[in-house]
Design a protein around this ligand. Structure first.
Ligand code: TXA
Ligand code: MG
Length: 403
């Protein structure tokens, strides 16, 4: 694809046509011309709506039904929503985010009964147990897709499965109930960037590209990292495709079937969430995850090469370096409390972008084998491998890098 062809596409097409053409081209893996894509996006006045105001929620729901893009808070991260049955609206999500077309979207519904219309067969008993016990919540179930579903093809990227989630956040729940359509929603960030956990993060990435943002403030029970994605298409063995706050052990206990974490064990030949192969969560500066025991040495070595070094760690660790002129420490949670780290992780990663740091050293969490610590480590590893610097070699044996 030549720049001149993209330009022609941009000048000749309406935004919707452009979105469709763009989706096709992106699928071929040849399209990386952000500048032109930005030019081609229809510029909009993005509205900021108040998520606790019923009228604003109704306005946002109407915008969704009219085929527009609306960002909304969930208990994990903000989602960028579109009516999942509207082809043009779903294509517009991919164009607004610059998302590769082969990465399917999660469909958000107001309650578990909506799943019957989407699933090819009734959910198995173990999968029902998950839905019954853990929804609403930070859990996405990948189920076989019904041939009669009226979902837009782009939602599932051509797969015969669909990821479904019932979010817990009251603003998300109110919006879904008012919109009364299934809502396809990836995280509301530009593709590859850290996810958004505030309305301000959404606007930093997507202002003028979307119809509006419902501001949900910061929920007290916010998780901060995306939902656990679990494939329940096979009745007697479930597979975690993306770790989240709801861990493998909890899923196995509730479902009463064995659960494999496809992101933790190299030996397993399991299906993967298509999205996990892409660059994700990355701040502008390269990031390296280091074991706590090596932090002092690595800081010392890196400082010798000049520039300002970013440090991402719990607030207590950061406090030790507060007076150092060439270390920019951004605190993220309290030591020993991985939940607090998850809640502030993306805000901290984004905060580094306003500082001139040459490299970010992120302190690895201890005991990150399941649940929130595993989810945080997964995001840090992805942020590291998406940047120019890989994991510290001593961590390679502990944590895989190809997710
Ligand atoms: O917490 C969340 O899940 C947030 C909020 C907004 O709900 N959403 C989110 O969406 O993180 P997104 O698009 O950023 O990530 C969805 C992940 C991707 O890795 C995608 O590949 C995977 O889910 N996924 C979606 N549908 C799938 C399917 N049918 N089979 C396998 N993986 C799927
Ligand atoms: Mg995402």
């Amino acid at each position: 694809m030549q720049i001149s062809q993209i330009y022609t596409l941009h000048t000749l097409c309406t935004p919707n046509l452009y979105c469709k053409a763009y989706t096709k081209l992106a699928a071929s893996g040849r399209l990386v011309l952000r500048r032109w894509r930005r030019l081609a996006m229809a510029q909009q006045n993005t509205q900021l709506w108040n998520g606790s105001n019923e009228l604003d929620v109704a306005t946002a729901a109407r915008a969704l039904r009219d085929g527009q893009l609306v960002a909304f808070p969930t208990e994990t991260v903000y989602g960028l929503g579109a009516d999942a049955t509207n082809e043009a609206a779903v294509s517009a999500i991919f164009a607004a985010k610059g998302r590769p077309a082969d990465n399917p979207l999660i469909v958000h519904v107001a309650d578990a009964r909506a799943i019957d219309k989407l699933a090819r067969t009734p959910l198995s008993t173990p999968a029902r147990r998950l839905a019954h016990t853990l929804w609403p919540g930070a859990l996405t179930l990948v189920i076989p897709l019904s041939d009669d579903s009226n979902l837009a093809g782009a939602v599932t990227a051509g797969l015969r499965t669909v990821g479904v989630r019932v979010p817990r956040h009251p603003v998300a729940a109110a919006l879904l109930a008012a919109a009364d359509v299934p809502v396809a929603a990836p995280s509301a960030n530009m593709s590859g960037r850290p996810s958004a956990t505030t309305a301000a993060h959404v606007l930093a990435d997507l202002d003028r590209r979307i119809a509006g943002v419902l501001d949900g403030g910061i929920a007290a029970y916010a998780v901060g990292v995306e939902s656990t994605v679990v494939d329940v298409t096979c009745d007697d063995r479930f597979v975690v495709l993306r770790p989240g706050a709801i861990g493998r052990r909890t899923i196995a206990d509730v479902a009463r079937v064995p659960v494999i974490d496809a992101t933790a064990d190299v030996a397993i030949d399991a299906p993967r969430a298509p999205g996990i192969k892409y660059r994700h969560y990355a701040p502008n500066a390269p990031l390296r995850v280091v074991p706590r025991s090596q932090l002092a040495k690595q800081l010392h070595d890196e400082l010798k090469s000049g520039g300002i070094i970013g440090l991402l760690a719990d607030t207590q660790t950061c406090a030790q370096f507060a007076d150092h002129q060439r270390i920019n420490a951004i605190g993220c949670g309290t030591r020993g409390d991985p939940h607090s780290m998850a809640q502030t992780l993306y805000a901290a990663l984004r905060a580094f972008d306003s500082h001139q740091v040459r490299l970010i050293l992120a302190v690895a969490l201890d005991d990150a084998t399941d649940g929130v610590p595993a989810a945080v480590m997964n995001r840090l590893r992805k942020a590291a491998t998406g940047g120019q610097v890989e994991l510290d070699t001593s961590l390679k044996t502990l944590h895989r890098t190809d997710q």
